[in-house]
Design a protein around this ligand. Sequence first.
Ligand code: G3I
Length: 350
Amino acid sequence: MAGSDRHSRSQDDLHRNPRDLSHSAVAEASPTLRSLAAERGLLVGAAVNVSALDRDTEYGEVLARELSLVVAENAMKFRYLQPQRNRFDFAVSDRLMAFAADRHLQVRGHTLVWHRALPAWLEDGDWTRAEAMDILKRHIETVVGRYRNGIIVWDVANEAIAADGTLRDSFWLRHIGPEYVEMAFRWAHAADPEARLFYNDYGGEELGRKSDAIYALVRSLRARGVPIHGVGLQMHVRVDAPPDATKVAANMRRLADLGLEVQITEMDVRLPQPAAAKDYEQQGEVYRRMLRTCLQESGCSAFVTWGLSDRYSWVPGHFAGWGEALLFDERYRAKPAYYELSNELSDLPK
Ligand code: G3I
């Protein structure tokens, strides 16, 4: 984990007080989140908007400088990869894979079986159970097989559990039945035995009804020998309602006790608009507490935000009156949250 040479640098050089800086350009010589996290044995990543990557050079530069892991925000979802039956389109996802290979970034795959982002041909079709199983199996075999050895972690099943702890109503549940989750993991494992296979969800970060249901599901999968290796805690949160770090730690620990890895997979901390100075500070503290929790729990292997810069974020389009949820502002200036994470990775006191 923590490398001892971390302490050979002057603490003064490293210490940046987020309160002295609002949004600022990261100095060229500063250690990056990527290098600091590597010293702590942690991957740091973000969801990538591939069309932005195609046209916005600065976006790619900041991504590759600061991060060690990327995940396609949308490009690897079913609707985009198989827009017509048995007609796969890998043009966009291949561009992300090429970028990642070129810049030595690891890739998380997101996502194989989900109730959203399905193509119309699938949702509007009239399928038997056997046909639906065949479609899902072929999709998983084709996608996972294509990126075999290129993707370290797949979110195999995404958001399969509803808020009340039951399996969510979905195309897959209706057509295949509850076994679809187990089947997806088995097919993914057969297509790439090296990939780490995750269950990923939101609202199950702490302890409670939903996280208990996620725990029960993954424990049962493990007990039956289903190849599942980890749980993704998405962590889309409001600055004024952050998760309780003690409960998140307890949840991570019980998952680790099952032999599972944990990753924070989609973190963003949305601010009321317009935001006040104290909101940026609080946002930094929320990010820092969750990073600290991840660093302290041995099973937590990656810290991923759902986007890099407020220039491209799903938040304003989805939550009216909220925004600025990420580490960099619309002009790629680092926000206090960036410095809080940097200081936490450098082990500097608050
Ligand atoms: O690509 C079309 C475009 O052609 C069309 O003109 C436009 C008009 O609405 O829509 C575009 O597609 C949108 C797509 O994002 C790309 O921008 C979809 O409507 C929109 O639904 C889609 O939203 C994404 C959402 O997942 C649903 O797939 C968000 O960008 C993405 O951030 C969000 O990510 C999810 C994770 O996958 C799972 N966890 C929650 C997270 C946030 O909702």
